[in-house]
Structures are given as C-alpha cells and as structure tokens.
Ligand binder design. Sequence first.
Ligand code: DGL
Length: 264
Amino acid sequence: MNTRTLAADQPIGVFDSGMGGLTVLRALRAAMPREHFVYLGDTARLPYGTKTAATVQRYALQAAGRLVTLGVKAIVVACNTASATALPAVQAQFPDVSVFGVVEPGAAAAAEHGGTVALLATESTVRGGAYQRALMRRGVQKVQARAAPLLVALAEEPSAAPHIQAAIIGDYLSGLMHSADTLLLGCTHFPVFVQQIELQLAGRAVVVDSATTTAAEVAASIVPRAHEDRGEITLLATDGAERFRRVGARFLGEPIHRVELVDV
Ligand code: DGL
C-alpha cells in the first residue's frame, strides 16, 4: 500500500463545542459515505457562543490538536462560533492538514438565494461579523443578524414542551423576518428546529444552513478513501458521554451506540 492510499484511509476529523456539530457530520457522511470520521464534541466547555474570541480560539486550537494526534487527514471546524473566530488560527497552527470551516460555505448557500439575509447565530458569531462580511463579499446587500442563545440549550433539551419551543423560536424570528428573503441558520444546533422554523415562516423566506455546502466543499478537496464499504464514525466527548449518546441521536439522525470520554 503506498503512502497516498494510507493517507486516504485516515479519518476526517470534525469538531464542535458539543453535539450540534453532528448535524454537519450527518451531511458529511451523506456526501462521503465511505469515509471514516472522528468527531470530537467539547461538551465540557459548551457553550462557545457566549465566550470571548480569545477563549474560543484557545479551545479550538486544543480540539484541533487532539484530532491531529489521531492522524486525521482533514479537519472540519463544524462549530460556527469556532469557524467564525478561530479558523485562520487553526489553519496556521496545523499547516499540514486541510482545515475547513462552515462560515464561507454557509454564506455561499445563503447568497445563492439572494435578497436580504437574516442570520440567526450565537452571540459571539453575530458580534464577530464573519458571516456578515462573507455575505457582503458575495454581493448580499443587506444582512440582519440576531443572536439566539436560548436555541442552543433548547436543542439539547428534547423534553422541552412544544409550545415553549414554538414561543422561543417565534420570538427570535419576530422582528428579524419582516423583510428577509433567506434565513441562514448560522449555528450547528439550529437545524434540528428547521421544521418548526419553516412552519412559522409559512413560505416567507427560504431556510438554509452550512452543512450541505460544507460537505460538498470537503468532498471536492480530500483524497477519497478507495474502499467500497461504509466508513466508520468514532464519537468523542469531553464530558457527559452517556448524555451525548442519548441526546446526540437527535442531531445525527441515527442511533448512537458508543461515545468515548476524552480530554483535550
Ligand atoms: N456549536 C456552536 C455554534 O455552531 C453552538 C453552541 C455553542 O454556543 O457552543 O456556533
């Protein structure tokens, strides 16, 4: 087996602040079913979205470093907050690994629909302005951005009553959606609410996220694994492995059998 084949067999590393990035892993796996993936959820330190840029950058470098020790052939920074804040730092720290973020692909997905874009994201992502700049670069004239921190906790709490979910989502959408043509879900956790969001929008705007466009970008860039069999997923978390296993299935869209506890 030559070096290229060996490298192609290495997993793709994916990290997020928690289990929300499993929505991105789901899209990656759909686009590249033969690839092996190792996913790291930094559940011990979630949320990233309320932290300062310096802290998010430090956490992102540690998470990426952990994946590099596992011999990944590429890294996907599935966390929007980490992508918006720390992508250049991760790329600079690990120049031998291809590092992909979700902000540019997310902006591309939204810009494709044109018109005014409404962005729902974490506080840190909205404050940093990376999505707004990426959208403007792609010719979007107007961006309305709103932080929706409660949706992160809500997504991880499946026991929340439907009327509470509807009220919180409705509150975040109100005011944001008067003139928007496209709603960009700029946070890994939000796609689990897509049906509820679309119900409330009643066709007034198109809902997009970065998962599919990110997966397409990664699929076009990596050296693919040549084997015919389906690739494997290894799931790692920095805290609450059992909760991750139970609740994570909501994000991944398939049952989770095993989550390993790790330190970064
Ligand atoms: N993963 C984060 C993101 O996509 C959301 C959760 C958090 O605040 O850490 O921005």
